[in-house]
Design a protein around this ligand. Structure first.
Ligand SMILES: C[S@@+](CC[C@H](N)C(=O)[O-])C[C@H]1O[C@@H](n2cnc3c(N)ncnc32)[C@H](O)[C@@H]1O
Length: 293
């Protein structure tokens, strides 16, 4: 349920901000493994100029959504992801940002507090507390990422940062505004087939297919994303292509992925690999963009 009172309050907060802060662009509230913030410049020339609705079935940090929203403003969007904590967090940012900010202010940047909150069963918390916990853990954990073990429990250690931005009010409020007309769903990627129509733009950013058996990060949810998931995704892509949707997909640059999309236009972009503990894993690597337009 959306809280109407809180939305009014949020609006008045934004209106009351000094113009510099009011002009803050919406952007990812969470740091997310595979986040696309640093690739937006390389992607820019490949986004369609016009589209009807927007769909992002692997939302994560939603960097592409926020970028397009800052640019185009008025489009209807559906953001979805299999990660329930993430979708709850966006729902609270959209509907109860003011209450979320109040809850975020109670957290402490202390190791003992971090581990106690990390251990809390999310089912025992209210949706606002869950969203607040996720943002807090994301900002204070090592390397600021979301990773779970095979039981679905968040397992990143404390980061020992001096001043983590656990409560960036203007950023949360700007994101809340951007999300306000969005549909947010916790669902598998192929749910997009139920809703996307001709002329809609769908951006797929799945967990990348591993370049080696140990290289890739795919622990966003307790179930990893396998080769057969990549094949099902390629079928979903083909079905939406037949429907007349505008499609863009990013993935690792490897033979398996290039082969799955061999009938489509592909472009190569270069990314700095950020999530890897080894220095040699941080170089520039090529990634593939698949487009049907
Ligand atoms: C590469 S990340 C997306 C990153 C995002 N584009 C960004 O800028 O932060 C992949 C996302 O896919 C989600 N995911 C994994 N398996 C999924 C599935 N079967 N259906 C939908 N989402 C899934 C993960 O929870 C994760 O958030």
């Amino acid at each position: 349920m959306r809280s109407k009172a809180s939305r009014v309050e949020q609006k008045s907060i934004l209106q009351g901000l000094p113009s510099k802060e009011a002009a803050v662009k919406a952007g990812p509230v969470l740091k997310w493994a595979g986040g696309k913030s640093r690739l937006l410049n390389s992607y820019e020339e490949f986004f369609p100029q016009n589209f009807k609705s927007y769909f992002e079935p692997f939302t994560g940090g939603a960097a592409v959504f926020f970028h397009l929203k800052n640019k185009h403003k008025n489009f209807k969007a559906t953001l979805s992801d299999l990660n329930q904590e993430l979708i709850n967090c966006y729902t609270i940012i959209r509907d109860q940002a003011y209450e979320l900010i109040a809850d975020l202010k109670k957290h402490k940047n202390e190791e003992e507090y971090f581990y106690a909150l990390r251990a809390v069963a999310t089912e025992s918390l209210s949706p606002i507390e869950r969203a607040s916990r996720l943002i807090y853990l994301n900002k204070t954990c090592f390397n600021g990422l979301y990773r779970v073990n095979s039981k679905g429990k968040f397992n990143v250690p404390f980061g020992f940062y001096k001043n983590p931005a656990t409560c960036n009010e203007t950023s949360i409020l700007a994101s809340s505004q951007a999300l306000k007309d969005c549909d947010l769903n916790c669902s598998p990627f192929d749910a997009v087939l139920k809703h996307a129509k001709k002329g809609d733009f769908v951006y797929f950013d799945p967990p990348y297919h591993p370049l080696s058996s140990t290289a890739n990060f795919t622990s966003y949810t307790k179930d990893s994303f396998s080769g057969s998931d990549q094949e099902r995704l390629a079928e979903t892509f083909a079905e939406l292509d037949r429907r007349g949707c505008l499609l863009m997909l990013s993935n690792s640059d490897c033979e398996f992925i290039r082969n799955l999309y061999k009938n489509y236009r592909t472009e190569t972009v270069y990314a700095l690999r950020a999530i890897n503990c080894k220095a040699e894993g941080r170089g520039k690597i090529s990634e593939v963009l698949v487009l049907n337009y």
